[in-house]
Structures are given as structure tokens and as C-alpha cells.
Design a binder for this molecule. Structure first.
Ligand code: PEP
Ligand code: MN
Length: 264
């Protein structure tokens, strides 16, 4: 398989406009669950930048569990993200949910995100595989590591070799946390594949209080980066407020993980 270590023994380093993922340095992607307004994403971008992350995240197309929940600002959200990226120098990560939208989303973002609910949407995987943009592939809600790596294979077999895997928790019998963050996947993927892997402790736990300890654990486990949800005012967030960090908690975690990474 193209994604396997046997095929490609050296770790893959992905260069995104000068920012490298997988070269041993830790990268961070932070921002709100969803782009809610121009003011909100601009404010979030400034906080993300000042805390030291290299990437701004924000969903413009939101695949929500309920059809009655906020579904995102769509193309307007992408415009705001691109503007925030130009203003701050942050690279933009945003999810694409449909084959029909891939070209449009690719015009605005630096990294195309495939969400957990679309990890086995094979037409979508093939379409992002034909794009000249890196892909952040989140692990499916109940996907095995093998199924996840096969999803990456769909992308790579179309020619796109710039894939970043993202562990975001899996469904288990546990209900206290939103998902069960599988940090053993980091070690497994490092052994099985040459692709970089990052960890999302926000969706992985569903609780902002657990983001810091799980972010530290992810770094200790060998993750190449972190994705964390941060909202200027989590109490007012239109989605995922309970797992969103305040600006203060975000800065505290960024401080802590950079000290931990330097120590490792
Ligand atoms: C997200 O990162 O915006 C998201 C919806 O996460 P997931 O696909 O992992 O649920
Ligand atoms: Mn979210």
C-alpha cells in the first residue's frame, strides 16, 4: 500500500507554504468549531495567532448530528476564513462535505478537511485525491485503524500524497466523554504508516477541561500536531461550546505543550 511504511520507510513531511508537518516539530491548528460571523472569526484568528498556532480552523459547512442545528455560513464563511488568513498569515483548514463543493472550498483554504462522518465517503476521498491541496483526514467515528488507512489510500491512489491523519476519538460504551480518544492510534499509525498524525482532543473528549491533559498526552505519544477548538466566548458558541477553550485556556495549553515538546 502507498500509505504503508514498507512502501515508504521515511516519514512524510508535508510543507504547507513553509510550515512543515511531520518534521519533528509540533504544529497547532486552532479556532472555533464553526465560522459564525466575520467579527467572530477575525477575533478568533487574532487569538489563535497570538497563542502561537500556525493554522486557523473553522467550519463553513457543518455536518451536524441534527438537521435543525446551525449548518454553517457556507461560501460566506470560506470568504471570512480566507480574509482572516490573509490578515494574520495563518494557514486555513476547513471541512469539505460534498464532491460538488471540493473545487470551491479548495479555492479558499490551505488544507481540505475530511470529517469523521465522511471518512468512508469514497467519491469524496477520490475527489480530494485529485486536488493540489493537502488533506486532513479525520478518523471515522467507528473506524478501525485499518479502515482509516484504507481511506487515506483512496486519496493517495488518486495522486495526492499530502495527507495528514487526525485522531478525534471513537465511539465506545463510555458516555461521560463524547468520544473515546484513542491515543494508541498515534503509536500504531507511526509504526504502520509514513504519514503524519495529529490529535484533536476537543472532539476526542467533548469537554474543554479534558483538552489540556489529552493534548499533553498526545504530544508525549508522538503526535505531529494538535487540533483544538477555541472560541472567543464559548458560552455563546453556536456549536461545540462545551468543548471549546476560552482564549485564556488556549494560551495556557499552547505554552504548556511547547515546553513539553522542547523537553521531549
Ligand atoms: C470538525 O473538526 O469540525 C468536526 C466536525 O470534527 P469531526 O469530523 O471529527 O466530528
Ligand atoms: Mn466541532
Amino acid at each position: 500500500k502507498l500509505v504503508s511504511r514498507e512502501y515508504h520507510p521515511q516519514p512524510t513531511v508535508i510543507d504547507i507554504g513553509g510550515i512543515k508537518i511531520g518534521d519533528g516539530n509540533l504544529v497547532a491548528i486552532a479556532g472555533p468549531c464553526a465560522v459564525e460571523s466575520k467579527e467572530q472569526i477575525m477575533q478568533a484568528a487574532d487569538i489563535v495567532k497570538s497563542g502561537g498556532a500556525q493554522f486557523l480552523r473553522g467550519g463553513a459547512y457543518k455536518p451536524r448530528t441534527s438537521p435543525y442545528s446551525f449548518q454553517g455560513l457556507e461560501e460566506l464563511g470560506l470568504k471570512y476564513l480566507a480574509e482572516a488568513g490573509e490578515r494574520t498569515g495563518l494557514k486555513i483548514v476547513s471541512e469539505v462535505t460534498e464532491v460538488e463543493n471540493v473545487n470551491k472550498v479548495a479555492e479558499y483554504v490551505d488544507v481540505l478537511q475530511i470529517g469523521a462522518r465522511n471518512m468512508q465517503n469514497f467519491r469524496l476521498l477520490k475527489e480530494v485525491g485529485r486536488q493540489n491541496k493537502p488533506v486532513l483526514l479525520k478518523r471515522g467515528i467507528s473506524a478501525t485503524i485499518d479502515e482509516w488507512l484504507n481511506a487515506a489510500e483512496y486519496i493517495m491512489s488518486e495522486g495526492n500524497e499530502r495527507i495528514i491523519l487526525c485522531e478525534r476519538g471513537i465511539r465506545s460504551y463510555e458516555e461521560y466523554t463524547r468520544n473515546t480518544l484513542d491515543l494508541s492510534a498515534v503509536a500504531a499509525v507511526k509504526h504502520l504508516s509514513h504519514l503524519p498524525i495529529i490529535v484533536d482532543p476537543s472532539h476526542g473528549t467533548g469537554k474543554w477541561r479534558m483538552v489540556k491533559p489529552m493534548a499533553f498526552a498526545a504530544v508525549a505519544a508522538g503526535a505531529d500536531g494538535l487540533m483544538m477548538e477555541m472560541h472567543p466566548d464559548p458560552a455563546k458558541a453556536l456549536s461545540d461550546g462545551p468543548q471549546s477553550l476560552t482564549p485564556e485556556h488556549y494560551r495556557d495549553i499552547m505554552d504548556g505543550v511547547s515546553r513539553l515538546a522542547a523537553f521531549l
